[in-house]
Every structure is written in C-alpha cells, then in structure tokens.
Write a protein that binds this ligand. Structure first.
Ligand SMILES: [Fe+2]
Length: 309
C-alpha cells in the first residue's frame, strides 16, 4: 500500500468511513487495547480532532481493565466528583437505565472548570432497537453563525452548575430524583465559562452551552433564555450532527471540547448499560484569552457506612 493511502503512515484511509458530512467517522480494522503502538494512538488522536467523534465496532474483547488501559493512552482518567468513591476506585463509570438520564443536549461535566477533554464510551448491554446517541459539532455550529452573532457569542459568558433543574425533563421518576439528589448532596459545582472557547489543539472556536447552563453573566433571565435557544438551535441542527446506532461491543470516543451529545431515551424498560472513562481536560480559554473560573467547588465527605443500607 502506498504511503499516501495511509493516515500518519499507519491507518489505511479506506478504514476511515465518515458517518455524516460534518462530524463522526467509523474506524475499521483496529483492535483497541492498551498495547497499541504509539503511532497508531497518535493517528487515532488525529482522527478524533478531525471528526470530533469516532466509532469502533466489534470491540467486545474489552473488559473494564483493558478499557481503562486503552483510555490511559489519552491522558489521566478523571474520577467522577459526584459519585460515591466507596462504589469503586476505578475510573470506569457505569451508566445504566434508571441512573443518570442525559436525554438533553450537554457537555459532560461542563459544570467543572477543567472539564474532561475526551470521553471513551463502551457499549456493554444494548437494546435491540433504540438507545442511540447523537453528537453535534460545536465548531461547525459556531461557523454557521452570521458574523454579528459570532461576535455576540465571543463576548458572552455562561454559568454552568450541577444543581439540577427537573423542569428540563418530562416526568422524572422517583429513582432518577434520588440519583440526582445523592449526587448533589455529594458535591456542588458552579463555573463561569466563555460561550466560545478556543480549542487548545486545533485553535477552532467552539460553543460551550447545554444542559448545565443556568444563566448568562450580566444578562437578564428572559433575554438569556432567548440567546440560549438561538445558539442551541445551531448546535442541534441536523446538519451538524451524527447519530450512532449502538451494537454491543462498540466504542465511541469524542472530543468533549468540540461536541455536545444527547442520549436518546426511547428504549422504555429494556436494559441498556454503557461504561465510560473521562480524561482530564484543560481549563477553557475564551477568544479574549480569559480562562473559565470555578465559582463554587464543594466536595462533601461520603456518608458514614451506617447511614446507608
Ligand atoms: Fe453525557
């Protein structure tokens, strides 16, 4: 095979299949593991920056330990600050039906200042139909904005918080409320982010909004809601998205600095379990060079064993 047919000299171009014009590519013929050569990891990272989310089918050989070993090649895994450390010391987070629901557009952990830069998600139990995930390209969404709206976004800052607003969701169950209450009891976070961050590796301008936004800085609530809806409409427009239909053993890796995502909740009571490793990110920087600022950062002690059953 000629050198021009290879990406970084290691991955055949034919093995990279775009899944939508603006975001998302499936990478074929690679068996993921913690032992992959550096040049293949570097090529995968390059593809991730190009496509924002990349997918791998048939990775059923990965167990939690190997998933974590592979994830370590992308940086330092982050332990979820809102979960009870007594429930496990690994960086793997299990997301199961009945737990956290994320059927709203969001950036993972955007209520933190240095929120994760990369997420690696593995499909463990997947319903036969439904349970897809949709990602949007927030760099493309920024480019879609007319120049005056780009300038407006460049100047805006938003407060992100993990204080959950149940009004976002229709009919939350009691179990879901308990999950969120427990997380909120454990930790409270509030961070001011620029609405436009400059990507540390690509230099692209990306929009930083989603579920955890509580308000815009120095903007009244009702004006802020209109601005939020305006920018979110560009982020979630179908042209900027890709939808992945999971199969058991799939792996999806996304750049959390340049995407938002939405877990489609259409699988009723069927079991669905995915496992995720989050990789530490850097503090976002706005277009004027100002960094995000954590306003509230409280991690409380886990409850005494006697208080749980
Ligand atoms: Fe998420």
């Amino acid at each position: 095979m000629s050198e021009t047919a290879l990406i970084d000299g290691v991955i055949p171009r034919a093995a990279v299949v775009k899944r939508a014009p603006r975001i998302g590519a499936e990478i074929r013929d690679i068996k993921l593991s913690g032992d992959l050569p550096d040049e293949i990891i570097a090529a995968i990272k390059g593809l991730l920056l190009d496509h924002k989310v990349i997918f791998f089918r048939d990775q059923g050989h990965l167990d939690d330990a190997e998933h974590e070993r592979f994830a370590l090649r992308f940086g330092k895994p982050m332990l979820s600050p809102t979960l009870d450390p007594a429930k496990g010391t690994m960086s793997i987070l299990e997301i199961a039906s009945g737990g956290f629901r994320t059927d709203a557009w969001h950036i993972d952990f955007s209520y933190l200042d240095a929120y994760p830069k990369t997420l690696l998600l593995r499909g463990a139990i997947i319903p036969p139909v439904g349970g897809d995930t949709v990602w949007s390209n927030t760099a493309a969404a920024y480019l879609d904005l007319p120049a005056p709206l780009q300038r407006l976004a460049d100047d805006l800052w938003a407060v992100h918080s993990n204080a959950h607003d149940f009004a976002v969701f229709a009919r939350p169950t009691e179990a879901e409320k308990r999950v969120y209450d427990e997380a909120l009891t454990r930790a409270s976070f509030e961070t001011e982010h620029p609405v436009v961050r400059v990507h540390a590796e690509t230099g692209e301008r990306t929009l930083v909004l989603g579920l955890y936004v509580k308000r815009f800085v120095e903007v009244p609530k009702h004006d802020g809601q209109r601005l939020f809806d305006l920018f979110e409409a560009h982020i979630t427009s179908p042209e900027n998205t890709v939808r992945w239909n999971w199969k058991q053993g799939d792996v999806a890796i996304w750049d959390n600095r340049a995407t938002m995502h939405y877990a489609v909740r259409d699988y009723c009571d069927q079991p669905r379990v995915v496992r995720r490793v989050a990789i530490d990110g850097e503090v976002p920087v706005g277009v004027n060079g100002r960094c995000s600022v954590a306003r509230i950062k409280i991690i409380r002690q886990p409850p005494a064993p006697s208080s749980t059953s």
